[in-house]
Write a new protein. Structure first.
Ligand code: NI
Length: 258
């Protein structure tokens, strides 16, 4: 019923993967997409996808990992794109929050992976933190390379930024922070994103939704954020979950129809 479009199953904070997978399957999550942050976690994602039918993966270098991003890393990330369960290039983007960071290196890695996604015919999963201006200008400059679509993961920006992203054809993905007691602008965004551009995710093991905030987040909790968004939009949960699953299957077209 539910799809967690962004999680990190290999993260050491999560318990044994068998337990995590069994737990989300029991709670109605039928598909998860494990993100790559470097070549090692992208390979790890592939291995999990080969082991568990419900796991798919993305391959990519996270902006906070660009210091080790070289030709060898790029070649490994690229080699995973043609795997039948590799549904996206991600997560890629810009992060000007975690110090120290090298803006130029991040931009270069981001653009090279946008180009990779186009040549491999895959959508991209974007991470953007404290980098809205540069993010928008890179996406606008590379609009013609977003042929296979893109999603802004864990969106937390303003309505204006969301509108710019929607103009570029992006999907907007909502995570646990939507449910936080102090959520403000993301609630306004969640009310205006067209239904066919909405996705939900956990970013597990991070950002557990209310009332689990502060605990280790698991993919099963995508049900909480999805239910919150369904209520906000005034749509019955089963119907809403099926709209979101269809959206995920449209963007990540290599997901098998459930
Ligand atoms: Ni992530």
């Amino acid at each position: 019923m539910f799809i967690d479009t962004h999680c990190h199953l290999h993260d050491a904070k999560l318990p044994d993967t068998d337990l995590v997978v069994n737990s989300y399957l029991r709670d109605g999550v039928d598909t998860v997409i494990n993100m790559g942050c470097c070549s090692a976690t992208s390979i790890g994602g592939r291995d999990l996808a080969e082991k568990y039918p419900s796991v798919y993966f993305a391959t990519g270098c996270h902006p906070s990992d660009v210091n080790t991003f070289d030709q060898k890393e790029f070649d490994i990330i690229k080699s995973l794109c043609s795997h039948p369960k590799c549904v996206a290039v991600g997560e890629i983007g810009l992060d000007y929050y975690w110090q120290p960071f090298d803006k130029e290196k991040q931009k270069k890695a981001f653009i090279s992976q946008i180009e990779l996604a186009k040549s491999e015919k895959l959508p991209i999963c974007i991470h953007s933190r404290d980098a809205t201006g540069d993010m928008l200008s890179i996406l606008k400059d590379n609009k013609d390379k977003l042929t296979y679509g893109a999603v802004m993961h864990c969106f937390s920006g303003s309505v204006e930024t969301a509108k710019e992203l929607l103009k570029l054809g992006l999907y907007i993905s909502f995570a646990g922070p939507l449910t936080f007691k102090n959520a403000r602008s993301v609630l306004d965004v969640a009310k205006i994103v067209p239904l066919d551009k909405c996705l939900t995710e956990t970013d597990s093991p991070f950002l557990a939704p209310h009332p689990l905030r502060g605990t280790v987040n698991e993919p099963k909790n995508v049900a909480i954020t999805t239910a919150f968004l369904a209520k906000l939009r005034g749509i019955e949960l089963t119907e809403f979950a099926s709209i979101l699953s269809k959206n995920a299957q449209t963007l990540f077209y290599k997901l098998k129809a459930k």
